[in-house]
Write a protein that binds this ligand. Structure first.
Ligand SMILES: NC(=O)c1ccc[n+]([C@@H]2O[C@H](COP(=O)([O-])OP(=O)(O)OC[C@H]3O[C@@H](n4cnc5c(N)ncnc54)[C@H](O)[C@@H]3O)[C@@H](O)[C@H]2O)c1
Ligand SMILES: O=c1ccn([C@@H]2O[C@H](COP(=O)(O)OP(=O)(O)O[C@H]3O[C@H](CO)[C@@H](O)[C@H](O)[C@H]3O)[C@@H](O)[C@H]2O)c(=O)[nH]1
Length: 346
C-alpha cells in the first residue's frame, strides 16, 4: 500500500491550502510546513498538523519527515511576485532557488523520492509560440521565472542520478477560490489581476490600473490563461497518484489552453457584478510579457485530468464570493487546536 502522508510546504498559502483540502478528500494525510511569511494559519484545516518553520531548514524538515513517516513532498513554499523579483532578485534566488535546493537535498538524504514542485509559466518568458508547450525553450523574463527554472534544472539533474522522481507543474495564472468558501486568496497588498479586480469591485480599493494597453495583442492588453485553483488542486492529487505508480518524472503545463486579455477579464467581472469598476490606464509593469497560454494536452492525457471549473465567469464569481467573506475576524479559527500550533520537534 502506498504511503499516504504528504509534507506540504507552503500549505498555509493560497494554492497550498486548496491542495490540502483536495488531499484530505482523497484520503491523504497532509502535514503543513509553512513560515507564515505570506500564509495564514486560519487557512489550514483543523484536522491537519501544522509545523511553523522554513522549508529550507534541513534539521526541521528531517525531523518532520521522521516523526510523521512522510512518503512524499509537495513544495509550494516560495516568493511569487514577478515585479518584486525584478527589484529584489536575491530574495527570489534565496527563498525559491536556495530553499528548494536545500529541501531537495533533505528529501534525498531522507529517502523521499516523490516530489511535486510548484513551477510557473514564467519560466517560458517571452515565447514565440502560443499556446506554449513543455518542450518549448525557456527564456525567463524575470528573476522570479529564472529562480523557478533553476529549481527545475536541479530536479532534472538529481533525478538523473538518484531514485528521486518529480513532477514539475508549471502553473499558468491561478485564480478563483474554493466553491464552498473553505479557503481562498488572503494575500495582503495582492498584485494579481483577479484579486485586485475583486477588491476594487467590492470597494476595498478605489481603482484598478491596466498595466499597458500597447502590447501586440488584439486589444493591446496582456493575455493570460486563468486556471481555477480547485482544478489546479485536483491536478496535484492526480500528479501524486502518477508518481506512486510510475517510475518517471514529468513536467506539465497547468492551464486550460484559453487566453483572456486584461480588458476581457475586467469586462467579464463587470458583467457578473452590479458595480462599475473604476479603471485607469497605466504604463507597462516591469517583467510582464504580452501573452502566455498553455498547451495543456500532456496534463490532460498523462494524468487523465478533467477540469470542472474551466469557465472565467465561475472563476470570477468564486473569487468575488471569497472576497466578500475575506475579512479576517469572520474567518473561523482552527478548531480543536491552540491558537498557535508551533510544534517543537527538536
Ligand atoms: N498564484 C499563482 O498564480 C502562481 C502561479 C505560478 C506558480 N505559483 C507558485 O505556487 C506556489 C504557491 O503560490 P501561492 O499563490 O499559493 O502563494 P502564497 O504566497 O499564498 O503561498 C506561499 C506560501 O509559502 C509560505 N512560504 C514562503 N516561503 C517559505 C519558506 N521559505 N518556508 C516555508 N514557508 C514559506 C508562505 O507563508 C505561504 O503560505 C509558489 O511556489 C508560487 O511560485 C503561483
Ligand atoms: O492591477 C493589475 C494587476 C495585473 N495586471 C495585468 O494582469 C496580467 C496578469 O497579472 P498577474 O495577475 O499579476 O499575474 P502574472 O504577472 O501573469 O503572474 C502570475 O502568473 C504567473 C504564471 O503565469 C505566476 O508564475 C506568478 O506567480 C503569478 O503572479 C498582467 O498582464 C498584468 O500586467 C493589471 O493590468 N493590473
Amino acid at each position: 500500500m502506498s504511503n499516504k502522508t504528504v509534507l506540504v510546504t507552503g500549505g498555509a498559502g493560497y494554492i497550498g491550502s486548496h491542495v490540502v483540502l483536495a488531499l484530505l478528500k482523497s484520503g491523504y494525510i497532509p502535514i503543513v510546513l509553512d513560515d507564515l511569511s505570506t500564509g495564514h494559519e486560519e487557512l489550514i484545516p483543523s484536522e491537519c498538523e501544522f509545523i511553523h518553520g522554513n522549508a529550507g531548514d534541513s534539521i526541521l524538515v528531517s525531523s518532520t519527515i521522521r516523526k510523521y513517516g512522510i512518503g512524499s513532498v509537495m513544495h509550494f513554499a516560495g516568493s511569487i511576485i514577478v515585479e518584486e523579483s525584478v527589484d529584489n532578485p536575491l530574495k527570489y534566488y534565496r527563498n525559491n532557488t536556495d530553499v528548494s535546493r536545500g529541501l531537495i537535498q533533505t528529501c534525498v538524504d531522507e529517502r523521499i523520492y516523490q516530489f511535486i514542485f510548484s513551477s510557473t509559466a514564467a519560466v517560458y518568458g517571452n515565447t514565440e509560440t502560443s499556446p506554449v508547450s513543455e518542450s518549448d525553450p525557456l527564456f525567463p523574463a524575470s528573476p522570479y521565472g529564472a529562480s523557478k527554472a533553476m529549481i527545475e534544472r536541479i530536479l532534472c539533474d538529481v533525478a538523473a542520478c538518484s531514485p528521486l522522481r518529480y513532477i514539475s507543474l508549471r502553473y499558468f495564472n491561478v485564480a478563483g477560490a474554493d466553491p464552498w468558501h473553505r479557503t481562498g486568496q488572503m494575500t495582503e497588498n495582492a498584485t494579481h489581476l483577479i484579486k485586485v479586480a475583486c477588491e476594487t469591485a467590492l470597494g476595498k480599493r478605489s481603482e484598478i490600473t491596466i498595466f499597458g494597453d500597447d502590447y501586440d495583442t488584439p486589444d493591446g492588453t496582456c493575455i493570460r490563461d486563468y486556471i481555477h485553483v480547485s482544478d489546479l488542486a485536483s491536478a496535484h492529487v492526480s500528479a501524486l497518484e502518477y508518481l506512486q505508480s510510475h517510475n518517471e518524472s514529468l513536467i506539465l503545463n497547468c492551464g486550460y489552453g484559453v487566453g483572456y486579455s486584461v480588458k476581457q477579464v475586467l469586462d467579464t467581472l463587470q458583467s457578473i457584478s452590479d458595480d462599475t469598476l473604476n479603471i485607469r490606464y497605466g504604463s507597462r509593469r516591469p517583467g510582464d510579457i504580452a501573452e502566455l497560454v498553455a498547451d495543456s494536452s500532456r496534463l490532460r492525457s498523462l494524468l487523465n485530468w478533467e477540469p470542472q471549473y474551466n469557465d472565467l465567469k465561475q472563476i470570477l464569481s468564486d473569487a468575488v464570493e471569497w472576497e466578500k467573506l475575506n475579512i479576517k475576524p469572520i474567518l473561523r479559527p482552527r478548531q480543536n487546536q491552540p491558537a498557535s500550533v508551533y510544534k517543537t520537534l527538536l
